[in-house]
Write a protein that binds this ligand. Structure first.
Ligand SMILES: [Zn+2]
Length: 1005
């Protein structure tokens, strides 16, 4: 709800006038004009007739006349004078104090659609909000009003007392308002009036007949809020308070009443929230007046003590403050940013984010800076000492400096004059033992804030959380914090006590991010565009651009924040978990996985009625990520989780386990036997890990004859080669060749040989899990955005990239392999690396899920690198998301501190040397497409058998070899000490040699 006082341009002259006029004392009434206004109406003609009898101090020399008014009589001290209205003003000659001016006037106010909605005269309702009577030029003046109105109507204006008298067929209503005010209003309609009392305050509602049953609720809430704010601020400044229904859609707070638009008035949450805000304006804005020439402090203060306060009472203050910052980041950009001091009134979301949001945060920081007691005392003094005075930011600064006992001028100056939000950054975190406790040291950088600044930090230890307030006095400072217990985590500003920039993990994918993004673009529906037509028009008026799906490919999708309307077949993979046949009106916002600074939105609506039913209401749900409406009513709303505060993991201590709990592998096998999926990790080249895998497979196979093995080592496009091998149709050589084992996986085949042979002997199906390696490599180099439509067809529909802790772990893996990375940038290379990892994980998860969904009676052992399994983040949780089957994770010794959640079991395989590939002992050159012998390794069997440099290898044991792979496949099935027949071409001749295969020399060759 917005509170508006019309500011006349003449107010700007105020600064050079006498101070006494700008800040009149309440008792200094002689310096203010007194108006007695008497009016009557011709409703059918939309006409007002009025007389203004005004007593002027000698300092006031102008009468302001609205452009819709016509002066019929003008008398100075009883003498008729001809006058000229120039630029909406009548000048009066130099005159004595208490000069009386009598003005008779008339005016016509028709509510033209699209015209000024502030004034309207009609039988349906009369609303006179500004420039409806001639008035003396002054910031503050006294008014008394008498209105002659038709009997069935009721009228409301600023007043402590209303007297009504029947005169003929009309009613004469007199409004008595004994306080100085800038101007007054008059509202009149066929209201039903309901009354109640709060102490000496008369409470009333003026509601149209069809809404009269809302009266009780509004009266009850009015009492509640008057009580709340009298406790907070001291006595309510008036004798009356009324809630008045406006047939126009606008809402205002005026001295002694509030005007609520008839649509708004019916909303269930209005009495709980907006009404309190408007009642609070009785203190701030409607009795402590705002000096608009120096900025509007009242909306921010009212938001803080109303909207924010109500959430704080429900322990949701931090969410409210984060929403303020989130709104600010969403809607305020370089080109529309103003400082707090520049804010005069709201109007769009960017202005509101400053004047209501940032300013409320200013008062929150002021409260923390001054202390609660000094802040509360300052509020009371502000409400009482400045009552009926025009009050500027400087008055607030003076009052709060006094109650805080501290000069707050630089604090005020900084936050009122500067744009933007502060930024807090911690680095170089070190943890040392000191004495019986610890010393946590770090460098803290604070940008865009006044010093000193007090930064709240919560330290998490194993058993508790303790809050510290860090006084920071320089933009860059090293601090150390003595602690009794070992800290595990440090969280900076978890309650959003500071108006600061959010870190990426704190930012949720919410609707406001889309609505405020300067690049916001609608992707028009592929079909049924007519359903969304009114929404499209509304979005266009809010600055959205449009594009059609054909114009957008994966690369351009990352450049902007897009809102997809209707199902978009090409892009459906970006919205996993969306209902297939949505009913009503469904909205979802997700991070744009191609660009962390952008978001993607999707709206699916059943029909035109559902879209129109939601209408502009949608824009009030900025803080949500997922919304469902039915028949225009919100039935579901959800905000995606994000980090609370800036979270910093601290160096971890070593961990240990009690050896009394050590289990044998067979005991572990029996404990995981009831799980559908058992993941067994590996370090690929550690043979001991593979022996554990084999033993686990054997144990589980005894219990579950219907067992399958899922293997990361094979790509799913080569599944047939595995099937042929397991069924016995093909031999090992054919299998290795057809599965492209050596060109895709590369590790020594003997590492996996026992497992594969066991599977073949027992007809245990092996499921190839992995994605095509060139596709993963392409994503790692160029990102998901650059996949062709054909390639996109080969990747899973669902790619979930928003597991922040997995992302963090991948980030540290990535950084181990990188140098020269700027701390504060998220390099594009990492984004691609991350996407490739997720593509890999999701593909494997999809392969497992598909197999088990088709064969629900099967169990599976999954063999994969430990990195894909740790914490369940890579593969296991992604399988669970798809098919919801129970699982257990067994990892071999990770060689680092053990954390809860890492796995269900950690095993410690003995170190066993792997069986080695048998070698010919030759160095080959294949640069011309032939396998030419370029040299020999030490003790080479081939050299001993008489092979010579320059020989070209043609076949082994009579099998043709054409490339390295053929040779590796052949050698993989032979053993050290075997004699093989090698056919070579030497010059023009073919030579056969019997070579004894040797072990590879450890130093290569
Ligand atoms: Zn307000």
């Amino acid at each position: 709800m917005v509170f508006i006082i019309k500011i006349r341009s003449a107010l700007l002259f105020c600064a050079i006038w006498a101070v006494v006029l700008c800040s009149p004392l309440p008792g200094n009434t002689a310096s203010m004009p007194h108006h007695h206004i008497e009016i009557s109406f011709d409703l059918a003609e939309h006409k007002i007739y009025g007389t203004v009898d005004v007593t002027l101090p000698s300092t006031v020399r102008e009468i302001v006349v609205g452009s819709d008014l016509r002066i019929t009589t003008f008398k100075i001290n009883g003498k008729a004078t001809s006058v000229k209205v120039q630029d909406g003003r009548i000048s009066i000659p130099k005159h004595k104090d208490r000069t009386r001016v009598l003005i008779e006037y008339e005016g016509i106010f028709i509510n033209k659609t699209g015209g000024n909605l502030e004034n309207m005269i009609s039988g349906e309702g009369t609303f006179l909000l500004s420039d409806w009577y001639p008035t003396a030029e002054a910031d503050l003046a006294y008014f008394s009003l008498r209105a002659h109105i038709p009997k069935p109507l009721h009228a409301v204006s600023e007043s402590d007392h209303i007297t009504t008298m029947d005169v003929g067929n009309k009613k004469q209503v007199t409004f008595d308002f004994p306080h100085p005010v800038n101007h007054i209003h008059l509202i009149m309609a066929p209201y039903v009036v309901s009354k109640d009392r709060y102490g000496n305050v008369e409470l009333e509602t003026y509601l149209l007949p069809e809404d009269k049953e809302l009266a009780a609720r509004y009266l009850a809430y009015s009492k509640k809020y008057l009580e709340m704010y009298e406790k907070m601020l001291g006595p309510y400044p008036f004798q009356r308070f009324a809630v008045v229904e406006n047939i126009l859609p606008t809402g205002y707070g005026m001295p002694t009443f509030t005007l609520l638009g008839r649509q708004v008035l019916k909303l269930p949450f209005i009495p709980e929230t907006s009404l309190g805000h408007e009642i609070l304006h009785s203190w701030f804005g409607n009795s402590v007046y705002v000096d608009y020439t120096k900025g509007n402090w009242s909306e921010g203060l009212t938001s803080y003590l109303a909207d924010h306060y109500y959430d704080a009472l429900k322990e949701q203050g931090w969410q409210h403050r984060r929403k303020i910052i989130e709104n600010y980041e969403s809607y305020v950009h370089k080109d529309n940013e103003i400082s707090i001091r520049e804010f005069v009134s709201g109007g769009d979301r960017a202005l509101d984010a400053v004047g209501y949001g940032k300013t409320a945060m200013f008062f929150h920081m002021l409260k923390n800076r001054a202390g609660e007691k000094a802040f509360d005392e300052g509020l009371k003094r502000l409400a009482q000492e400045q009552r009926f005075r025009i009050t500027s930011w400087l008055d607030l600064e003076t009052i709060f400096s006094k109650t805080a006992g501290e000069d707050l001028s630089s604090f005020f100056a900084f936050w009122l004059n500067n744009k933007g939000a502060m930024a807090v950054n911690l680095s170089k975190i070190r943890l040392n033992q000191s004495g019986s406790g610890y010393n946590l040291q770090f460098e803290i950088r604070v940008a865009n804030s006044t010093m000193p600044v007090f930064i709240p930090v919560v330290i998490h230890t194993e058993n508790k959380q303790e809050k510290h307030i860090l006084p920071v006095s320089a933009a860059e400072q090293t601090l150390s914090l003595p602690l009794k217990e070992r800290p595990q985590k440090m969280v900076v500003d978890p309650d959003y006590d500071l108006f600061r920039r959010l870190e990426p993990p704190e930012r949720g994918a919410v609707l406001s991010r889309l609505l405020g993004d300067p690049t916001r673009t609608i992707l028009l529906p592929e079909t049924n565009q007519e359903i969304y037509e009114t929404l499209i028009q509304e979005l266009l008026s809010q600055g959205f651009k449009t594009a059609s799906a054909e114009e957008i490919d994966h690369a351009t999708l990352g450049e902007k924040s897009f809102l997809l309307l209707g199902p978009q077949t090409e892009l459906s993979s970006f919205f996993p978990g969306v209902p297939e046949n949505p009913t009503g009106f469904f909205l979802q916002i997700r991070k744009n996985i191609l660009n962390p600074k952008r978001v993607l939105g999707l709206i699916l609506a059943e029909n035109t009625d559902e879209v129109n039913g939601v209408g502009r209401k949608l824009f009030h749900y900025g803080q949500y990520s997922r919304l469902q409406f039915s028949g225009g009513k919100n039935v579901e709303k959800e905000t995606a989780a994000s980090d609370r505060g800036i979270q910093l993991e601290l160096p971890r201590p070593a961990t240990g386990i009690a050896l009394e709990a050590v289990l044998s592998l067979s005991e572990i096998a029996s404990r995981v036997a009831d799980k559908t999926i058992v993941y067994v990790g590996e370090k690929h080249d550690r043979y001991g890990d593979h022996l554990v895998q084999l033993e686990m497979i054997q144990s589980l196979h005894r219990r579950h004859p219907k067992l399958a093995i899922g293997m990361e080592m094979f790509q799913r496009r080569y599944q047939k080669s595995l099937d042929g091998y397991i069924s016995g149709e093909t031999d090992t050589q054919t299998f290795l060749k057809e599965s492209h084992y050596f060109s895709t996986w590369r590790f020594n085949y003997h590492l996996y040989e026992d497992i594969l042979q066991y599977a073949r002997a027992n007809k245990i199906p092996i499921v190839a899990l992995n994605q095509d390696n060139e596709l993963v490599r392409k994503v790692a180099n160029e990102g998901l955005g650059n996949l062709s439509p054909e390639e996109k067809g080969r990747i899973p529909d669902e790619l979930i990239l928003d597991d922040e802790s997995y992302r963090k772990r991948l980030r540290s893996v990535f950084e181990m392999h990188q140098t020269n990375l700027a701390d504060d940038s998220i390099p594009q290379e990492f984004e691609y690396f991350h996407q490739a990892q997720i593509l890999w994980d999701e593909t494997m998860a999809e392969s497992i899920a598909t197999f088990l969904a088709d064969r629900p009676d099967y169990h599976m052992v999954v063999l994969a690198g430990s990195g894909h399994l740790a914490y369940g983040a890579g593969i296991p949780k992604r399988v669970y998301r798809r098919i919801g089957k129970d699982y257990a994770i067994i990892l071999p010794d990770p060689g680092e501190p053990l954390e809860p959640g890492l796995a269900d079991f950690i095993v410690f395989p003995s170190e066993v040397e792997a069986p080695e590939d048998a070698k010919l002992g030759i160095i080959l050159d294949s640069s011309d497409g032939l396998l030419t012998v370029a040299g020999f390794s030490r003790g080479s069997g081939a050299e001993q058998a008489g092979m010579e440099k320059g020989d070209i290898v043609l076949a082994v044991d009579g099998q043709k070899v054409e490339d390295f792979d053929d040779l590796r496949v052949f050698l993989a099935t032979r053993h050290v000490g075997d004699l093989v027949r090698v056919t070579v071409r030497r010059d023009k001749a073919t030579v056969e040699l019997n070579v004894e295969l040797g072990a590879p020399s450890r130093r290569g060759g």
